[in-house]
Design a binder for this molecule. Structure first.
Ligand SMILES: Cc1cc2nc3c(=O)[nH]c(=O)nc-3n(C[C@H](O)[C@H](O)[C@H](O)COP(=O)(O)O)c2cc1C
Length: 189
């Protein structure tokens, strides 16, 4: 059985980050990725890449409609190995942290938490208000992992491309999905 993950994209800055991660995931043979792109991501796609939702075409096994509450990941009986929201807007974070299922991303995240599966949120905003921080704490207390793209400036990893790829690998580590995307500290002998 392949690993199966849900990759949601909400309307925060970071469409290139999402695409680079999806491209890295596409190189992993035993991994099926199911995407959901929020309606509000469209404006960010336009602003950041002059692109439409087809920017992510071919990078997922299926791209679900964010308005459709009947998609597989909206039900706990649809099995998967974890969900990622990247980038995660403060609006989507607030909905997830407070259990508001306004679209199928929020619903799938809610289901992931209730089924006690890994949920990884990559919030993107700066600076952070107390509301944002409280929502991150609430989501963390509910079982989500708050994992923003916060690159380290390690020697040999100084291009944005390499930083994004390293982050993709660390996401897979959190999901316990084997990969060879990154080289590992003290593991180079
Ligand atoms: C170009 C652009 C960039 C944005 N960047 C961010 C951001 O980095 N973080 C954020 O929380 N919201 C950002 N927003 C605002 C969100 O898109 C807005 O709150 C939206 O309602 C989020 O909806 P969604 O979470 O359903 O995708 C941005 C909006 C635009 C148009």
């Amino acid at each position: 059985m392949p690993y199966r993950i849900v990759f949601a994209i909400s309307g925060a800055s970071g469409m290139l980050l999402a695409k680079t991660i999806l491209e890295a995931f596409a190189s992993i043979s035993d991994l099926e990725v199911y995407g959901i792109v929020s309606e509000n991501s469209q404006q960010v796609l336009n602003a950041e890449c002059e692109a439409e939702a087809n920017y992510f075409a071919g990078l997922t096994k299926e791209l679900f409609d964010p308005r459709d509450m009947s998609i597989g990941p909206a039900s706990g009986s649809w099995q998967h190995d974890g969900m990622i929201v990247c980038p995660c807007s403060m609006s989507t974070l607030a909905c997830i942290a407070n259990g508001c299922g306004r679209n199928s991303i929020h619903r799938a995240a809610d289901v992931t938490l209730k089924e006690n599966r890994p949920l990884i949120l990559a919030p993107r905003e700066a600076p952070l208000s107390r509301i944002h921080l409280r929502n991150m704490l609430a989501a963390s207390e509910a079982g989500a992992l708050i994992f923003p793209f916060m690159p380290a400036f390690y020697k040999g990893q100084l291009s944005i491309e390499m930083m994004m790829r390293y982050y993709a690998g660390r996401i897979l580590d959190q999901l316990r999905i084997p990969h060879t995307l990154i080289s590992r500290w003290r593991d180079d002998k």
